[in-house]
Each structure stands twice: as C-alpha cells, then as structure tokens.
Design a protein around this ligand. Structure first.
Ligand SMILES: Nc1nc2c(c(=O)[nH]1)N[C@H]1C(S)=C(S)[C@@H](COP(=O)(O)O)O[C@H]1N2
Ligand SMILES: [Mo]
Length: 313
C-alpha cells in the first residue's frame, strides 16, 4: 500500500552482506555509488528512509512519468529534455553553502546531507502549467538544516540557488537561453521552517535522478512546482524578499508566493482544474479540481492569515 510503503532496497542493488552495514556505512555506500556509478538513471542508489505521517490516499504517479516528464530548463525546455540531456551531469561530489543572516555559516557535503534522518513522504505536486503528480519523496525537513546554522533574528527570508555548469547543462550553454542563471527561488522564513517543507534527496526509494534535481532539491507541496528549485548549491538567509527566477521572468504571471490557488487564474489559463499525469486525457474525464493550497490548506492556510491572496499570488 502506498500509504505505509517504506522504500525497500532493490535486490539488484545490494548484496546480502551490505544489508548488515550500519546506517552510516550504508549512507557512505549510497553516496559512493553516486560518484562511481555509470551516468544516467542507473546511477540511482537505494536510500534508507522511515515512513512518515505525511502521506496520501491517492495513487502514486508511475515512476516512469515522474522521471521522464520534467521541467528543468538547465537541460532544455522540453518535458523530455531533462531525462535525455542530463546523463553527463555530476551530482557527486557536492557541497551546499549556507550563508547570510545565520550565526554559523558553513558548507555541507553530500554525505552530511544524506545523514539527516530521512523520511519517505507522499506529496501531491502541482505545476503552474496545470498538471499534477503524486510522488514519494525521500528527504528531511528544511527546518532541521536551518537549525544547524542558527538563523539570526534579522533573517526573514530564505534564498536558494541552483548550480551553474554550462559544460554539464546544455540548456545553460545553447544559443537560446530561456532564463537567467542561476535559477533562484525564495521562501519566507516561516514557510521554509514549516514541517511540510523538505529538502529531497530521493524519490521512489532511490537517490534523485539528475532530471529530478540531483543530488538535493526543495519540495514545497502547497506551492506551484517552480518553487521546488533543483540541484541546490547555496542557501542564504536574508532580510528582504530574494529575487525568484520565474517572478523576474514574468512578474505578472508568477508571484513570489506561488501558493496553489484555483481561484486565481494565470493570465493565460485557468488554474481551477488539473491533469493528473499518468492517468491520460489532458482534457478528458481525468481532469480534476485543483484544491486551495494544493490540498494542504489545513496545515498552511494560517501562514497567510489576513493576507490578500489575489494581490499576493
Ligand atoms: N533549477 C531548476 N529548478 C526547477 C526548474 C528548473 O527549470 N530549474 N523547474 C521547476 C518546475 S516549473 C517544476 S514543475 C519542478 C518539476 O520537478 P520534477 O521534474 O521533479 O517533477 O521543478 C522546478 N525546479
Ligand atoms: Mo512547473
């Protein structure tokens, strides 16, 4: 059952002896296979994670769809481009820097990031393009990482940046540059600290494929997908709202908040309904109603009490 599923180690990924490695060595082994494995999807290593109370009674999107229908403009603007063009991207070794308004700025290596207690969480995801998926993420609360660097009282926002590597990311080196790099995103500090907000290092029980944002990306399930910045190299705490890629590219179309809201249409299309990827029929019977805050209103609506959600879209 999806609701109680804990990622299992695939028989092909592991020898019996490796079952008996302690957690630390297991994580090191997973990180090692990231570095040593062949390029592409086959690089994925099993991840150990505990089940979570954050789950859903909805069918999981087929893994094949979640890993071949992607937005990751650094690898091209087509939905198939990230899977097709990311085989030469190197997600290990990796370091993520945390700086700005924190008491203890520092860098985290991939092994340290994978050592946070990992949970599997099944989240409903909604792209601003009006399609949705249900994905079993493996990750840990962003708040756990923020705690380690001790945000200062003056910190009000959290800014994120994706890696810039034109030599490994064809979308950053071609003649047509659809966005300004690095891809940037931001959250208010209370949104960043909300228990639903996670840094993800895997999906479907395995390390993240390159096309999904390896080795670490943000997941904020009550917001449009573009807030979920991939392949993060820097997190900075700031006093003022940080620049965000899609907001810079189209301020009338993409707001800073980007909370899923069926009542506020995109200027060029309705946000009232969505197509659940994998169920077929973009305009057909499988089109379903979009929920306020993507179905997470009970958990997050209080963050926006008193705010005009039309003005702050
Ligand atoms: N760096 C970066 N992060 C990104 C994007 C991108 O183009 N570049 N696309 C965003 C958009 S629009 C969506 S819908 C999600 C898609 O995540 P997925 O491919 O894992 O489903 O990634 C988001 N994160
Ligand atoms: Mo998106």
């Amino acid at each position: 059952m999806p609701s109680t599923r804990v990622p299992k180690i695939a028989a092909t990924d592991i020898t019996p002896e490796r079952f008996f490695l302690n957690r630390r060595s297991f994580i090191a082994a997973a990180a090692g296979s990231l570095a040593l494995g062949p390029p592409g999807a086959s690089r994925a290593a099993a991840l150990e994670a505990s089940a979570s109370k954050f789950t859903l009674d909805e069918a999981l999107t087929p893994e094949k769809d979640a890993t071949t229908y992607n937005n990751f403009y650094e690898f091209g603007t087509g939905k198939g481009d990230p899977a097709a063009n990311s085989a030469n991207f190197k997600p290990a070794p990796w370091t993520m820097k945390i700086d700005g308004l924190v008491g203890k700025p520092r860098e985290f290596g991939l092994e340290e990031l994978l050592a946070f207690p990992l949970e599997e969480r099944i989240y409903r995801m909604r792209c601003v393009e009006a399609w949705s998926m249900v994905i079993p993420w493996v990750g840990f609360p962003l708040a756990a990482l923020l705690d380690k660097v001790e945000p200062l009282g003056s910190a009000k926002y959290v800014a994120f940046e994706t890696v810039v590597r034109p030599e490994e990311m064809p979308g950053q080196s071609g003649y047509f540059q659809p966005l300004e790099w690095p891809y940037r995103e931001g959250l208010r500090l209370d949104e960043a600290r909300h228990p639903l907000t996670i840094l993800s290092v895997g999906l479907y029980g395995k390390t993240l494929p390159n096309q999904n944002g390896a080795p670490i990306r943000l997941v904020v399930p009550w917001k449009y997908g573009f807030k979920g910045i991939k392949s993060i190299v820097r997190i900075s705490l700031t006093e003022t709202p940080p620049p965000c890629t899609w907001n810079l590219a189209g301020p009338n179309e993409y707001g800073f908040y980007a909370n899923v809201n069926p009542d506020v249409d995109h200027p060029r299309w309705s946000q009232a309904t969505e197509n659940r990827i994998g169920e077929g029929g973009f305009f057909g019977a499988n089109r379903r109603d979009t929920l306020p805050f993507n179905g997470y209103a009970e958990e997050v609506a209080s963050l926006y009490a008193g705010m005009d959600l039309r003005a702050n879209f």
